[in-house]
Design a protein around this ligand. Structure first.
Ligand code: ZN
Length: 317
């Protein structure tokens, strides 16, 4: 797919300079080095949804940073790092709203003036490709550190290494690396109809493409066919790859595929889905424009929205 990398989080060609990770001191001492700041998975932006704030590595906000200083790569202006303010624990009246899919709350840290912490999914479509890549990478790797503090081989507490790209166990010597979980998401068509479904709890009327985790020992194509049959009872023939999207919520890689249905009768798995339907191209075009009486489109910024948009525009090639 020619436009594949224009998807949100589609990458910016960041030079990750992996060769510098083993001995990062000199890079961190560069006066041009800057750091982006994460807190509880939210990103510090220069205003409401604006660009990521980049602070010097000796900025006062660093007093609240956790153990990991992650080296993200070499930007045009110099080295870029990321920290998470693990030591900042303010008392917040909006705490019950935080952590939701589109958490609308914004928080300010006393050391960074007007800058605000924003939920990445709420601002993702407004970021530059570079900021999106930096934020997604930082969010995913930092979340991995926070949930992998102990060695899975021996149970000892592990330590961050290689500028945040590895954890090392002092007990048994095992190295652990940040994980990415492959998820297939598929545009399944039958003639001019597309298969979409909705999960319980989604906004009323919203339908999206079916998706599911790839299992060990399985190809991408097999995962597409299995997931569609499990969730909707529809058989799929040929499968082809379209585009991918890193989805750092917390650690998925969405693999967008298209598949041709060889059967059309829907048998729903009620545990996975609340509903699944075939939607014609005309109806999906109306939904995309907000003019369909019952169907609402997939969320903007998600690869499902991107694939459906390109299907409607006939630009999947
Ligand atoms: Zn160990």
């Amino acid at each position: 797919m020619r436009h594949a990398e224009t998807v949100t989080f589609g990458g910016s060609g960041l030079d990750r300079a992996a060769q510098l990770r083993g001995d990062i001191a000199a890079t961190a001492a560069d006066v041009a080095a800057r750091c982006i700041v994460i807190w509880r998975g939210k990103v510090l932006t220069d205003g409401d949804g604006g660009p990521l704030l980049r602070v010097p590595l000796d900025h006062p906000v660093m007093a609240d940073a956790g153990e990991v200083r992650l080296f993200l790569g070499l930007d045009d202006a110099g080295p870029v790092f990321a920290v998470s303010l693990d030591r900042w624990d303010p008392d917040l009246p909006e705490a019950d709203q935080m952590g939701s899919f589109l958490d609308p709350t914004l928080q300010q840290h006393p050391a960074t003036g007007d800058a605000v912490f924003a939920e990445l999914r709420a601002i993702m479509t407004g970021l530059t490709p570079r900021d999106a890549e930096l934020a997604a990478t930082a969010r995913a790797v930092i979340a991995w550190h926070q949930s992998h503090r102990f060695c899975s081989a021996c149970g000892a507490q592990s330590e961050a290494a290689d500028a945040g790209w590895r954890r090392s166990c002092p007990g048994c010597g095992t190295s652990h690396f940040p994980r990415t979980d492959p998820v297939v998401i598929m545009l399944i068509t039958s003639g001019d109809d597309v298969l979409v479904g909705r999960s319980p709890g989604w906004p009323e009327g919203m339908y999206s493409l079916l998706a599911g985790f790839v299992e060990p020992g399985e190809t991408i194509e097999a995962a597409v066919r299995r997931e569609v049959f499990e969730e909707a009872g529809v058989r799929v023939g040929s499968v082809s790859y379209l585009a991918s999207q890193p989805w750092a919520f917390p650690s998925s890689l969405m693999i967008g595929c298209r598949g041709e249905a060889t059967s059309t009768t829907i048998t729903l798995d009620p545990v996975e889905l609340e509903d699944a339907i075939w939607v014609s191209r005309d109806d999906m075009a109306k939904a995309a424009q907000g003019q369909h009486p019952t169907i609402k489109p997939a969320r903007k910024g998600a690869i499902a929205h991107f694939l459906l948009e390109n299907w409607l525009a006939d630009t999947l090639d």
